[in-house]
Write a protein that binds this ligand. Structure first.
Ligand code: COA
Length: 251
């Protein structure tokens, strides 16, 4: 646990809160490390039955910290972001998410690995990878076409424009959409309900649902990761990052 990633265990539910609201909970390397560790510890702790991911300050996460991308870019499969994604893909216990405000980049793609997602009515999802000169990540190139159909998956990934909760519901990314004021209450109720189900039966069922694609998901992470690491060095990406940083400087 660190200041930017909070954990709380109650009634078998480990709530993991991304906590960097002044930067819209944008992920630094340290946050990926902390999140990967929290997921690994949850695996080992018999008191944890279910994990609930959420963000502080009415935001899920603005995705990877763009300054951090420039200073500490992921270089390969050992990088913190990949460790986090692998921990999520390999989680044997259910992972739920309560999503409010912007959910950008990995803030959307991590949801493809969650077992139940509650979104607030005002949430804005976005996978702006192409706009940033990057490419699909988080196994989204594999999972999203299966979940949403190729037409909608291509639209969301290629245009990289924000989309609303109703579209996310249509894409199969979220299970339920609720008013922002009820978000945490509804998600916690669902997490607590799952935590009270027979633990073995829950884990076996999750395994049966996820196992058939697991090897392909890991292969997609490697495939996308190799392209992504290359794209980060591209002129297209560097220009997009500079434009974002310059925007901040002008404020
Ligand atoms: N990396 C680094 N800093 C980020 C960030 C990111 N991904 N997202 C937001 N921030 C910072 C902003 O620079 C700003 O910092 P400042 O107050 O020091 O200037 C602060 O967080 C608040 O963000 P702001 O843009 O003012 O909030 P907003 O409500 O107007 O917009 C977003 C929120 C998420 C839509 C917008 O910040 C955004 O588009 N962020 C970039 C998302 C992105 O491209 N992520 C990478 C995906 S791979």
């Amino acid at each position: 646990m660190s200041d930017t990633l909070l954990t709380k265990l109650e009634s078998g539910v480990l709530t993991v809160t991304f906590n960097r609201p002044e930067k819209k909970n944008a992920f630094t390397v340290a946050m990926y490390e902390a999140a990967a560790n929290a997921l690994r510890q949850a695996e080992a702790d018999a008191n944890v039955r279910v994990v609930l991911l959420t963000g502080a300050g009415g935001v899920f996460t603005a995705g990877n910290d763009i300054g951090d991308f420039m200073e500490n870019p992921p270089t390969g499969e050992d990088s913190a972001v990949f460790r986090f994604l692998r921990a999520l893909v390999d989680a044997s216990k259910p992972v739920l998410a309560a999503v409010d405000g912007p959910a950008v980049g990995i803030g959307t793609t991590m949801l493809l690995h969650c077992d139940y997602v509650v979104a607030s009515e005002r949430v804005r999802f976005n996978m702006p990878f192409v706009q940033l000169g990057l490419c699909a990540e988080g196994a989204s190139s594999l999972l999203l076409p299966r979940m949403a159909g190729t037409a909608l998956a291509s639209e969301l990934l290629l245009f990289g424009e924000p989309f609303d909760a109703a579209t996310a519901l249509r894409a199969g990314i979220v299970n339920k959409v609720v008013p922002p004021a009820n978000l945490l209450e509804v998600a916690t109720e669902r997490a607590t309900a799952l935590a009270s189900r027979p633990a073995e039966a829950v884990r076996v069922t999750k395994r049966l649902v996820r196992d058939p694609l697991r090897a392909e998901v890991h292969a997609a992470l490697v495939r996308e990761g190799a392209e992504f690491v290359q794209r980060l060095q591209s002129t297209e990406a560097q220009e997009a990052f500079m434009a974002f940083m310059a925007r901040g400087a002008k404020k």
